[in-house]
Design a protein around this ligand. Sequence first.
Ligand SMILES: [Zn+2]
Length: 428
Amino acid sequence: MVEVFAVVRLRAMELITILNRCHRFRGFVYHRTRFSPDHKSIEVSVRPRKGSAAICSRCHQPAPGYDQLAERSFEFIPFWGYLVFLLYAMRRVECPRCQAVVVEEVPWGDGKRTLTKAYMLFLARWARRLSWKETAAAFRTSWEKVFDAVEHVVTFGLEHRTLGAIDAIGVDEIQYGKGHKYLTLVYQIDLDVTRLLWVGKERTIQSFQGFFTLIGDEIAAKIVFVCSDMWEPYLKVVREKCSQALHILDRFHIVAKMNKALDEVRAGESRRMARDGMAPLLKKSRWLLLKREENLQTEQRFRLRDLLRYNLKTVRAYLLKEAFQQLWDYNSPAWAGKFLDEWCRQVMRSRIEPMKKIARSLRQHRQLILNYFWAQKQLSSGVVEGLNNKAKVTMRKSYGFRTFRALELALYHSLGKLPEPESTHDFF
Ligand SMILES: [Zn+2]
């Protein structure tokens, strides 16, 4: 009695039973499982259920059969160190609606790819945690197949996402690849939804306009806030497409620009001092000067204090940069404006060219900077910076991304909050 019971339990756990539990489709049955001749993979043959008509892949309706193609394999999720393949001979239908002989539609695959949909979703989910290269290695597949999987999931997500109303957007450029290649990223930065909406090639007027073509005039007209940096093509598009929105120069972009100017001053002065045979005071000072003082370790803080005693251009630029931070403490746009004007006046007298360049640029964009103070209670500040950092991490994880397309997919995949294709079972 006990033995019979054990046999039943074992039989109940046959592979087909498991597959029927997690990956079952109407109109098809799992027929037989076997090891491949080299014992490295498991092959599961699939057959149409008797009496069930094939579905035309063009009009998605049942149609009379025509013939059957040679058996092909669909890669399924690997199992205990074995690759798993579904083997199936696709039928062709003679579809009266389409008036053509068409290959049937199968629910587990998309006809073009060799991976099953379940496996693509599985790989794509892992590819969000690991780099694509690591994902391929972990599941003994290729980088190209991981690419296919992510492309499948992202394409589905973009087709099925709801754009809805958008209150606030942030536009940002990001550098990638070798040389000066740029992407334009547009984020939704509403208080309750932050996600990547758009990836455009380069950082031109056209790349940003592509986003407005996507959302259409009606949604664009209702955007309340736009955050951007001082990149002129973006400013121009915002003026055209979102003239009613409050346009804000993002704090993080201004700080980044300021740091860049300071770094330029330091590098120039450091070279000059070396040339003139002076003591290398500025050696290894880069991070001392660029980091916020409260983020320095004690020893670094002492070194910074020491450095600040010297009458160097770099030190003066540093103090100007530090003084500027006070701007963000203001609540009133009017007082912030007074402070900004006074700071720019001081800088223009400083004879430090990179800083003067910043001051000129800030004066030119004075209104957009002060808009920050009009909006600050209504926007989750720092959100563009956070998204930008995530985008950089995605890129860094991506040493295999040779093309714009791969990078675009990776960014949508990790930042787009896209809906996923439905699955018969949560394999991961
Ligand atoms: Zn048809």
